[in-house]
Design a protein around this ligand. Structure first.
Ligand code: 5GP
Length: 202
C-alpha cells in the first residue's frame, strides 16, 4: 500500500478556504485533522468536531509533551495540529487535508516537506475586502488588520505548490480536487503499486 498524501489549504481570512476545505472533506474520503485551540467555542461549535477546545495551560502542556505537528498564534489565540492522528492516517494509506494559517504551512513544510500546500486567494484584494465587509462581523480596524495580513500571507507564496483563485466557489472546489487527483497520479506516489503490478504473473 502507498503511504497517504498530506495536503494543506491556507490563504487569507475571507478568501473562502474554510468553505473549500469543508466541501472537499464532504466530497472525498480524505481524513481531516481536528485542531486544538485556546479560542472559546462559537455558537454551534462542537468539541472534537470543530476543534478540541483547551485552556492555555492545557495547551502549553501539550506543547511541552511534543504533541503538535505545528502550532501558531492566530489573532491572539493558539491553534495547533496534533501529530499522532496525522501520521497514523498517512501510514494507513489515507490522504489527509488540513486548513491552517500561513505560519502553520511553514512549520508543516519544515517537518514534512512532501506536504502539498495550496493557497486560496480571491482574484484581487478588492474582492477580498468586499467579502470581508459582507460578513458584517468586522470592524474597520479588524478589516484593515485582515487586509494587511492577507498581503503578508500572499507574499509568502514561495512556500506553496499551488494557488487557486476563488472567483466562484464551485469551480474553485473543482480546481482543488483536480490538484489532489494530479498529486495522487504522480509516479513517485505510485511506485509500490506499479512494482506490485510488475510482479503479477504474465
Ligand atoms: P477560526 O478561529 O476562525 O476557526 O480560525 C482562525 C484561523 O486559525 C484560520 O486562519 C485557520 O486557518 C487557523 N487555524 C485553524 N486551525 C489551525 C491549526 O491547527 N494550526 C494553524 N497554524 N492554524 C490554524
Amino acid at each position: 500500500m502507498n503511504k497517504g498524501l498530506l495536503f494543506v489549504i491556507s490563504g487569507p481570512s475571507g478568501a473562502g478556504k474554510g468553505t473549500i476545505y469543508a466541501q472537499i472533506i464532504a466530497k472525498t474520503d480524505m481524513k481531516r485533522s481536528v485542531s486544538v485551540t485556546t479560542r472559546k467555542p462559537r455558537e454551534g461549535e462542537v468539541e472534537g468536531v470543530n476543534y478540541f477546545f483547551r485552556t492555555e495551560e492545557q495547551y502549553q502542556q501539550m506543547i511541552a509533551a511534543g504533541e503538535f505537528l505545528e502550532t501558531a498564534e492566530v489573532y491572539h489565540n493558539l491553534y495547533g495540529t496534533p501529530k499522532a492522528p496525522v501520521f497514523e492516517n498517512l501510514k494507513n494509506g489515507y490522504n489527509v487535508l488540513f486548513e491552517v494559517d500561513v505560519h502553520g504551512v511553514k512549520s508543516i513544510k519544515k517537518k514534512y516537506p512532501e506536504a502539498v500546500a495550496i493557497f486560496v486567494m480571491t482574484p484581487d484584494f478588492k474582492t477580498l475586502e468586499a467579502r470581508l465587509r459582507a460578513r458584517g462581523s468586522e470592524t474597520e480596524d479588524s478589516l484593515k488588520t485582515r487586509l494587511g495580513a492577507a498581503r503578508r500571507e500572499l507574499s509568502e507564496y514561495k512556500l506553496f505548490d499551488y494557488i487557486v483563485f476563488n472567483d466562484e466557489i464551485e469551480p474553485a472546489i473543482e480546481e482543488v480536487l483536480d490538484i489532489i487527483t494530479a498529486e495522487k497520479r504522480r509516479i513517485k506516489n505510485n511506485e509500490e503499486r506499479i512494482k506490485a503490478l510488475l510482479k503479477e504473473e504474465e
